[in-house]
Design a protein around this ligand. Structure first.
Ligand code: WQD
Length: 341
């Protein structure tokens, strides 16, 4: 007798991290249902997913702010677990449009939780961010480092999102794992799915690959007067394929009822910090291309350094990052080259 597959709802499943997680879930035998409003993704990503896994996920084009539509999905399927990626994520835009960001990110979460409670769907993984730590006083950053006032409405929606989940989990039958991502980069090794930044990329890696591809003239390195080894800021760049695997591990913990408390947070990073110049050098090595860049002033709101203490996620989720910075940059470059062709 074949085992009945567990049904996992992935919101934002056509986005960058979402699409890689969908593939990882399918490879592990889960049945995936995607909700995505296509506000920052493309429907063709479904074909990319299919060509990797051979399975077309069920797809609903729904804005999570539309609660009756969300309810309908839960009426049509018994959902065993939810992975909630769907959110607006551009830090700068969130400063310009706070109402849009608070509205979209928080109403979506509240609607989802309301419908989950109504339908007795108990497990949720929330996309949080290392941004909740701000500039941490101690490095590497552990999960019990204090959270700092958010630098942007975007960052604030992640902090408030965690607080909402923590409070709801105290009283409702909801089990939560909030994954605090460090800097997700890279693409699937097949180059069939990857990151699709809209307009001028704000994040380092898409800007690097677009510069190498000739789409951007030069990369601006924001500041070389930070108190780091080479003066440029340090981040923990995590391969999106490793990050996707962390979601599967978190989901399995929830489905097995292994979560020790009903609300848990885990850092997801490599534990290794890389400076902007180190990233550029690594990119030049893997791509064989010289990158056109110049040093400019610091970007407002940027912190000096952040990298994860991964002991908790290693021991409790049994997850470790396997892929290197070079692997990630190589895959991002392959993906970029496919975009310009
Ligand atoms: C990395 C480093 C820049 C672009 C942000 C959000 C965070 C998260 C991921 C998203 C920094 C430098 C960048 C460029 C540069 N959330 N840089 N030139 O700022 O660590 O995190 O994105 O969903 O919440 O804050 O990532 O990739 O923008 O920057 O020198 O053109 O690269 O100053 O040191 P960041 P990033």
């Amino acid at each position: 007798m074949s085992e009945i597959k567990k049904k996992i709802l992935v919101t934002g499943g056509l986005g960058f991290i979402g699409s890689h997680t969908v593939v990882a879930l399918q490879e592990r035998g889960f049945e995936v249902i995607i909700i995505d409003d296509l506000s920052n993704s493309r429907v063709e990503v479904l074909d990319g997913i299919f060509s990797i896994s051979g399975i077309k996920p069920i797809f609903y084009q729904i804005d999570l702010r539309d609660k009756p539509k969300v309810k309908r999905v839960f009426e049509e399927h018994k959902i065993d677990g939810v992975i909630h990626f769907a959110a607006s994520k551009a830090v700068g835009e969130s400063v310009e449009k706070p109402l849009l960001y608070y509205g979209n990110n928080l109403i979506s979460l509240l609607n989802l939780l309301g419908v989950m409670v109504q339908h007795k769907s108990e497990n949720i993984i929330f996309s949080s961010s290392c941004t909740v730590y701000g500039q941490a006083d101690k490095l590497p950053i552990t999960e019990n480092a204090p959270t700092k006032p958010a630098e942007s409405p975007y960052g604030n929606t992640k902090q408030i999102g965690e607080e909402i989940l923590r409070d709801v989990a105290k009283v409702d039958p909801i089990n939560v794992i909030a994954l605090r991502y460090f800097n997700p980069i890279g693409a699937h090794e097949t180059a069939k799915i990857g990151e699709l930044p809209l307009g001028v990329p704000q994040n380092l890696i898409p800007f690097v690959t677009q510069t190498a591809a000739g789409i951007r003239k030069e990369l601006s390195v924001f500041g070389n007067d930070y108190p780091t080894t080479d003066g440029t800021a340090v981040r923990d760049y995590i391969h999106v394929v490793d990050l996707a695997e962390a979601h599967v591990a978190a989901l399995e913990r929830l489905l097995k009822g292994k979560n020790k408390s009903k609300f848990e947070t885990f850092n997801v990073g490599t534990g290794k910090g890389s400076s902007v110049l180190e990233v550029i050098q690594a990119f030049e090595r893997v791509s064989g291309k010289k990158l056109n860049y110049k040093i400019v002033g610091r970007r407002e709101g940027d912190i000096t350094a952040a990298y994860a203490d991964t002991s908790l996620v290693n021991t409790e989720l049994g997850w470790t990052s396997k892929l290197s910075l070079e692997d990630a940059l190589d895959s991002a470059w392959k993906w970029q080259q496919k975009q310009v062709k």
